[in-house]
Design a protein around this ligand. Structure first.
Ligand SMILES: [Cu+2]
Length: 156
Protein backbone atom coordinates (compact mmCIF):
# COMPACT_ATOMS: atom_id res chain seq x y z
CA UNK A 1 0.00 0.00 0.00
CA UNK A 2 2.97 2.27 0.23
CA UNK A 3 3.41 2.52 -3.54
CA UNK A 4 0.27 4.56 -4.38
CA UNK A 5 0.85 7.13 -1.62
CA UNK A 6 4.51 7.61 -2.56
CA UNK A 7 3.61 8.06 -6.22
CA UNK A 8 0.94 10.55 -5.14
CA UNK A 9 3.61 12.49 -3.23
CA UNK A 10 5.84 12.31 -6.26
CA UNK A 11 3.04 13.74 -8.39
CA UNK A 12 2.51 16.67 -6.02
CA UNK A 13 6.23 17.29 -5.94
CA UNK A 14 6.38 17.33 -9.72
CA UNK A 15 3.47 19.78 -9.93
CA UNK A 16 5.17 22.03 -7.39
CA UNK A 17 8.34 22.04 -9.48
CA UNK A 18 6.40 22.86 -12.66
CA UNK A 19 4.45 25.67 -10.99
CA UNK A 20 7.65 27.04 -9.47
CA UNK A 21 9.43 27.02 -12.82
CA UNK A 22 6.46 28.73 -14.51
CA UNK A 23 6.45 31.45 -11.86
CA UNK A 24 10.17 31.90 -12.28
CA UNK A 25 9.92 32.22 -16.06
CA UNK A 26 7.04 34.69 -15.92
CA UNK A 27 8.86 36.81 -13.33
CA UNK A 28 11.86 36.84 -15.65
CA UNK A 29 9.77 37.85 -18.68
CA UNK A 30 7.43 40.30 -16.96
CA UNK A 31 9.81 42.10 -14.61
CA UNK A 32 13.45 41.20 -15.04
CA UNK A 33 13.81 41.66 -18.84
CA UNK A 34 11.80 44.94 -19.09
CA UNK A 35 13.88 46.33 -16.19
CA UNK A 36 17.07 45.46 -18.06
CA UNK A 37 15.87 47.08 -21.29
CA UNK A 38 14.21 50.10 -19.70
CA UNK A 39 15.52 53.44 -20.85
CA UNK A 40 15.85 56.24 -18.32
CA UNK A 41 13.04 58.75 -18.23
CA UNK A 42 14.33 61.91 -19.92
CA UNK A 43 12.49 65.25 -19.70
CA UNK A 44 10.65 66.18 -22.89
CA UNK A 45 12.64 69.41 -23.33
CA UNK A 46 15.87 67.40 -23.44
CA UNK A 47 14.43 64.91 -25.94
CA UNK A 48 13.10 67.76 -28.10
CA UNK A 49 15.12 70.89 -27.33
CA UNK A 50 13.97 74.16 -28.90
CA UNK A 51 17.28 74.84 -30.60
CA UNK A 52 19.85 72.91 -32.57
CA UNK A 53 23.61 73.20 -32.34
CA UNK A 54 25.13 73.09 -35.80
CA UNK A 55 28.73 72.24 -36.60
CA UNK A 56 29.80 72.76 -40.21
CA UNK A 57 32.34 70.52 -41.89
CA UNK A 58 33.78 73.10 -44.27
CA UNK A 59 35.05 72.57 -47.82
CA UNK A 60 38.72 71.58 -47.87
CA UNK A 61 38.48 70.00 -44.40
CA UNK A 62 40.37 66.98 -45.73
CA UNK A 63 43.47 69.11 -46.38
CA UNK A 64 45.81 68.67 -43.47
CA UNK A 65 47.28 72.14 -44.11
CA UNK A 66 43.87 73.80 -43.72
CA UNK A 67 43.16 74.95 -40.21
CA UNK A 68 39.38 74.94 -40.47
CA UNK A 69 37.55 71.62 -40.66
CA UNK A 70 34.92 71.11 -37.97
CA UNK A 71 33.62 74.65 -37.45
CA UNK A 72 33.55 75.59 -34.65
CA UNK A 73 36.14 73.12 -33.40
CA UNK A 74 35.02 73.31 -29.79
CA UNK A 75 31.32 73.65 -29.16
CA UNK A 76 29.18 73.87 -26.07
CA UNK A 77 25.53 72.96 -25.90
CA UNK A 78 23.04 73.04 -23.05
CA UNK A 79 20.68 70.26 -22.07
CA UNK A 80 17.09 71.26 -22.72
CA UNK A 81 18.18 74.18 -24.89
CA UNK A 82 20.23 73.07 -27.90
CA UNK A 83 21.45 69.55 -27.08
CA UNK A 84 20.42 68.27 -30.52
CA UNK A 85 23.73 68.53 -32.36
CA UNK A 86 23.98 68.41 -36.15
CA UNK A 87 27.14 68.03 -38.22
CA UNK A 88 26.66 69.29 -41.79
CA UNK A 89 29.10 68.30 -44.47
CA UNK A 90 29.31 71.28 -46.84
CA UNK A 91 32.47 70.04 -48.54
CA UNK A 92 33.05 67.71 -51.45
CA UNK A 93 34.62 64.83 -49.55
CA UNK A 94 33.03 62.26 -47.26
CA UNK A 95 33.89 62.56 -43.56
CA UNK A 96 32.96 60.89 -40.29
CA UNK A 97 32.19 62.11 -36.80
CA UNK A 98 33.95 59.53 -34.62
CA UNK A 99 34.46 59.83 -30.86
CA UNK A 100 38.10 59.50 -29.74
CA UNK A 101 36.88 57.07 -27.07
CA UNK A 102 33.54 55.24 -27.49
CA UNK A 103 30.69 57.16 -25.87
CA UNK A 104 27.24 55.74 -25.27
CA UNK A 105 24.54 58.22 -24.30
CA UNK A 106 22.13 56.89 -21.66
CA UNK A 107 19.19 57.40 -24.05
CA UNK A 108 20.48 57.84 -27.60
CA UNK A 109 23.05 55.05 -27.47
CA UNK A 110 26.36 55.01 -29.28
CA UNK A 111 27.62 58.37 -30.49
CA UNK A 112 29.30 58.66 -33.89
CA UNK A 113 28.22 58.71 -37.51
CA UNK A 114 27.33 55.27 -38.84
CA UNK A 115 29.74 55.25 -41.76
CA UNK A 116 30.63 58.38 -43.67
CA UNK A 117 28.70 61.62 -43.97
CA UNK A 118 28.58 62.25 -47.70
CA UNK A 119 28.93 65.73 -49.23
CA UNK A 120 25.69 67.60 -48.59
CA UNK A 121 24.57 65.14 -45.92
CA UNK A 122 24.51 65.56 -42.18
CA UNK A 123 24.65 63.54 -38.97
CA UNK A 124 22.66 64.42 -35.88
CA UNK A 125 22.71 63.21 -32.30
CA UNK A 126 20.60 64.08 -29.28
CA UNK A 127 22.79 64.21 -26.19
CA UNK A 128 20.81 63.66 -22.98
CA UNK A 129 23.53 63.92 -20.35
CA UNK A 130 26.40 66.19 -19.34
CA UNK A 131 29.52 65.00 -21.12
CA UNK A 132 32.65 66.18 -22.93
CA UNK A 133 33.33 64.23 -26.12
CA UNK A 134 36.49 64.79 -28.16
CA UNK A 135 36.00 63.49 -31.68
CA UNK A 136 37.72 63.29 -35.04
CA UNK A 137 37.23 62.22 -38.65
CA UNK A 138 38.31 58.64 -39.33
CA UNK A 139 39.71 59.11 -42.86
CA UNK A 140 41.37 62.43 -41.87
CA UNK A 141 42.45 62.03 -38.23
CA UNK A 142 43.87 65.57 -38.13
CA UNK A 143 40.30 66.82 -38.29
CA UNK A 144 39.53 67.20 -34.60
CA UNK A 145 36.70 68.68 -32.60
CA UNK A 146 35.14 68.59 -29.17
CA UNK A 147 31.55 68.85 -28.05
CA UNK A 148 30.69 69.73 -24.45
CA UNK A 149 27.19 69.15 -23.16
CA UNK A 150 26.40 71.22 -20.10
CA UNK A 151 23.60 71.39 -17.58
CA UNK A 152 21.09 73.77 -19.15
CA UNK A 153 19.75 76.89 -17.52
CA UNK A 154 16.25 75.50 -18.03
CA UNK A 155 17.10 71.96 -16.99
CA UNK A 156 15.65 70.99 -13.65
CU1 LIG B 1 37.35 63.91 -42.94
Amino acid sequence: MSLPSSSHAYGIGLIAVIVGAALGVSYYQLYFIPELNAKPIIPEKILHPGDTTTIIIVPGAENQAQEQNFTPKTTKAQLGVNNLVVWKNTGETAHTVTPDKPFKDQFSGDFGSPGVIKPGASYQFTFTQEIVVPYHCDPHPWMKGQITIEHGALTS
